[in-house]
Design a protein around this ligand. Structure first.
Ligand code: URA
Length: 275
């Protein structure tokens, strides 16, 4: 939600008004001016045509033409994303394609494209949900509090993002206010992250959190699917994949770290050829 989407009570002082917005989930200022997005869209000026000459046949009505959509319909956008992703031959070309892509409305409210961090030649690729505020500001995934926890979790099994792990997200643009991505947004951006996995060509894929587990591995519900090895087809080969709990969830529910620890130990064993 944006400040301009909600009108607040008029009689509050500015500090109270800001608090009221924050409590309503309005965390982004998109513009200096408030816009009423519920107001009717401006109609195009009527097309003027010359009057018929006296005695000639009267004007025939012009058939109505649909107005062009501001953003492509989700299906068209996903098809465009698929075509652009397929054309990219390297991760750098993929990043450039994503920067040019105009089919996802999240791009308009995000500050940066958040493409990836870590080592693209690492044996493990991790895919989270979507950038948060810190990631959006810096243009890098998992750099906020949950990213710091992720780094500590990796260090506990002897891995680092500098050397061993390539990190990306299901969506490369931040959903306003950190809301959960919609199924349409996931469908539109999915071809990009799928191609990113194919080009990075990791040995093991880890989906971090429920949206990634659902989007990439088809899991419904993270609690009963986490920690299970499955096969993921990158398009050129089949690799091992597993879903695990999101560090943001672990920050809220520290007792669940024992489950994440089990998943991490399974990952370590797989890398060591012991599982
Ligand atoms: N959460 C995610 O899923 N990804 C990030 O990059 C940051 C937080």
């Amino acid at each position: 939600m944006s400040f301009s989407d909600v009108s607040g009570p008029d009689d509050l002082d500015p500090y109270e008004l800001l608090s009221w917005y924050a409590e309503s989930g309005v965390t982004e200022a998109l513009d200096d001016e408030a816009h009423d997005h519920f107001a009717e869209a401006p109609q195009p000026a009527p097309m003027r045509r010359p009057l018929p000459a006296p005695g000639s046949s009267p004007l025939r009505p012009v058939p109505a033409r649909p107005m062009p959509a501001a953003v492509a319909a989700p299906d068209d956008a996903a098809l465009t994303a698929r075509a652009m992703a397929r054309e990219a031959r390297t991760l750098e070309e993929l990043r450039e394609a994503m920067a040019k892509f105009e089919g996802c409305a999240l791009k308009a409210t995000a500050k940066n494209l958040v493409f990836a961090d870590g080592n693209p030649a690492g044996r493990v690729m991790m895919v989270g949900e979507a950038p948060g505020a810190d990631e959006d500001r810096l243009g890098l995934p998992f750099v906020g509090r949950s990213g710091q926890l992720l780094d500590r979790m990796l260090a506990a099994i002897g891995l680092s993002r500098q050397n061993d792990v390539y990190i990306a997200n299901l969506l490369p643009w931040r959903p306003p206010g950190n809301r959960t991505p919609t199924p349409q947004e996931v469908a539109i951006c999915l071809p990009f992250v799928q191609r990113q996995i194919e080009l990075a060509d990791p040995e093991i894929l880890i989906s971090v959190g429920a949206p990634s587990a659902q989007g990439l591995l088809g899991f419904k519900g993270i609690m009963n699917s986490r920690g299970k090895w499955v096969e993921y087809d990158t398009g050129t080969k089949r690799i091992r994949a597993m879903a695990t709990l999101h560090p943001a969830y672990l920050l809220r529910q520290p007792l669940q770290k024992r489950l994440a620890w089990r998943d991490l130990r399974a990952l370590r064993a797989a890398l060591d050829g012991k599982a």
